[in-house]
Ligand binder design. Sequence first.
Ligand code: ATP
Length: 221
Amino acid sequence: MKKEFVVIGLGRFGGSICKTLIEQGMEVLVMDRDEARIDEFASIATHAVIADSTDETVLKSLGIRNFDHVIVAIGADIQASILTTLMLKEIGVKRVTVKAQNDYHAKVLRKIGADNVVHPERDMGKRIAHNIVSKSILDYIELSEKYSIVEIAANYHLAGHSILDLNIRAKYGITIVAIRRGSNIIVSPQAGDVIEREDVLIVIGAVEDINRFEKDLLLDK
Ligand code: ATP
């Protein structure tokens, strides 16, 4: 059975979520109080509704409780974002993901029961900053305050050595979970696998351990 989603707020973030879900074959109902936004998405989304999400009657009449997942992508109007989230959880929506504008907003959202709070601008800023600071860090995804997944370009220090030779897990406490080699992905590489110059390593570990690894083996000294 296809999963059914609701996206509330069709700014750049909500719009992008909607388009990607549709590309993935999902059913998506979109809601925005701005008619022009709805006109733009009416031909893309499964259903499109011009409505204010802070109106509880509207939420109930749409049977929002029966959807698998609601994404609240309201931006500047923090009050509307909080009120909408509160009502969705009170109505009994199982999974609600909300875009937060700042840390205080995020804290309130968690308190009132949001299942997932995302900070797209902050997270993207971090990812880009890591990539700017280090040529070898291609991408950076924060899992928690302490742990991250990082995409690292191999260099001549690493090339020609096996994972066992480099002894990365014992020395740095980080794990190579996959290697991207051209269009191939080697998932869970083995100790004997030898790293090639153009490889991209996908590494998981504590941020401080990844930094240590980067200082020792990746930065040109
Ligand atoms: P982005 O960065 O994703 O482009 P933004 O952070 O600038 O978005 P806004 O443009 O403030 O966010 O809001 C996103 C969308 O949410 C807008 O299209 C707006 O009309 C819609 N929106 C805001 N409040 C409500 C509401 N109460 N009900 C329905 N839609 C709403």
